[in-house]
Write a protein that binds this ligand. Sequence first.
Ligand code: IVH
Length: 655
Amino acid sequence: MPVPDPESPARLVAELRAKLQHHAQRYYVQDSPEIPDAEYDRLFRDLQAIEAEHPELRSADSPTERVIGQVLDGFAPVRHAVPMLSIRTETDTEASGAQAFDARVRRELELADDAPAVQYNAELKFDGLAINLRYEHGLLVQAATRGDGETGEDVTQNIRTIGQIPRRLRSCSAPVLEVRGEVYMRRDDFERMNERQRERGDKSFVNPRNAAAGAVRQLDPAIAAQRPLSFFAYGLGEVRGWDQPATHSATLDALLAMGLPVCADRAVCQGAAGLVRFHRAMGAKRDALPFDIDGVVYKLDSVLQQQRLGFVTREPRWAVAHKYPAQEQITQLERIEIQVGRTGKLTPVAKLAPVFVGGTTVSNATLHNLFELRRKRVRVGDQVIVRRAGDVIPEVVGRVIGAGGERTGYVPNFQMPRSCPACGSAVAMDIEGLGEKRVDQLVDGDLIRTLPELYNLGLAKLAALDRMGDKSADNLVAGLAKSRATTLPRFLYALGIRHVGEATAKELARHFGSLDRVMDASSEDLLAVPDVGPVVAQSIRAFFDQPHNREVVEQLRAAGIHWTEGEAAIAAPQTLAGMTLVLTGTLPTLGRDQAKALIEAVGGKVAGSVSKKTHYVVAGEEAGAKLDKARELGLVVLDEAGLRALLGGLPADPP
Ligand code: IVH
């Protein structure tokens, strides 16, 4: 039997097709890609190149021959009266890309070398989701996604929630006018929405495009309505009873006059030189635009000339997308460092193998916070996707899911420090209802400078804050009230005395029994405490010798922070406060009750069923439906080692 050659073109083609199909499914159907677009484009081009060299391997169902995308269950299919095609991509990001397109158009229009320059309309290539809006007699009757180009999804209800899209066209009563364009999310809207998601502990979105696509294809229009979407019109579908202007540029003007949003960054250009100028001008402006673009689009301006050129299988011959350097790239996560913000906020920062992304070389990117990092199952050493768009700080949006597939038993190999690397003060005082954003707002607004001031803010002042509803103000007041009752060891630990960790705080409380006795203890007294050596004793002494520190202690006591003196038992830091975990299956060493007790000891809740609100699912042997549900919802699934890591003790890295 012949042994298949792993390098044979047939085998490569089959592999590339399978990969592209998989990634297209993640991108178009699940709105959750595993690789950056640039990587997808590379695979696509590889396949095109092999197929060009080996025509015998071509096939009608190759991704190069079709528009991929399929109708999601739950949306009614819509057959497009005029197919929604794709557009040819020029990946040569230099001027030569535009020149090649112009040369091809001139050849296909059979123009003589000395014929005048061809007129084009140049516009931006918006990075969102293509939508067909069907207006009948001026009224919006249906909105559909592109789907596979022939059949899309009826998303009328969701599209109606976009304020920019008119329900009725201005002075147009044509029986049928289909307008095509892109639904997208502005970068500032995206950042705000993601920040909100992170604060709530909900899943954040990888980029504005996925967020927009996810919102449009959200089965619940009420949820879609909460996602801030925008729209630009760029073309037509079926038209009946309307005289289309003779040029594409005039068509866009007409759509604008009807009340549809049309992007102002467009230009009528003469020949290749005009296209190159537009490409450069928009490239220079790209970072300053309020939304993502991945290139520009050139279209023959004359509708007659467009008709003469027509289409090839999946793309019009009269248009091309001319790309810019990608805003997402793959690189290696080399290590993680902690950055201390002005307000004391700790942010894990990824140190990356330098990578050219969004037009610059990036070697640092934010990981936002520890919870995000865990949700994304990122480990030091991983290949990760970095995004840099506009003037937004570069970020790690996820890990590349390699041949090994999804990471199920996730064990992080990085932990946030328990004390601030800059000043040594403890990272404590977990207050329910108080997110990082809120702390920034309080500090920036000069409402608080110190912790005691936070406790003294009244309900009235909190409720008067921007974006603070009555309910959140109540919650925050309740959270503050709850955090007032503490224990002596926890209070000592939270003071952030250098070298005083949880264990030392516990010993100090046990030995002295009261805060006053700790504050007044001499160095010798302190040395009598197990675990306390000269360095620690000196540090405690120095701390309480500072009048400012004694003042803060008094202010905190005056603000109602209290504990029972003489109490020796220490509560563990509530590292899982506010989080819900679900246990399923049999863990290798921990019994279910044991695991539950460990989770509850650090403030976590153990629930009986998996939902979107579940933060972690801990799965052991023979985990069943709960695990399936967790996978379906894209939740973080931990094994026992992962749970132990989450609880604090970092086990050795798995093999
Ligand atoms: S015209 C027949 N113009 O790019 C030509 N498309 O592969 C149809 N896109 O998903 C496309 N900006 O949604 C056109 N100014 C623009 C565009 C644009 C973004 C998207 C489009 C589609 C993809 C084409």
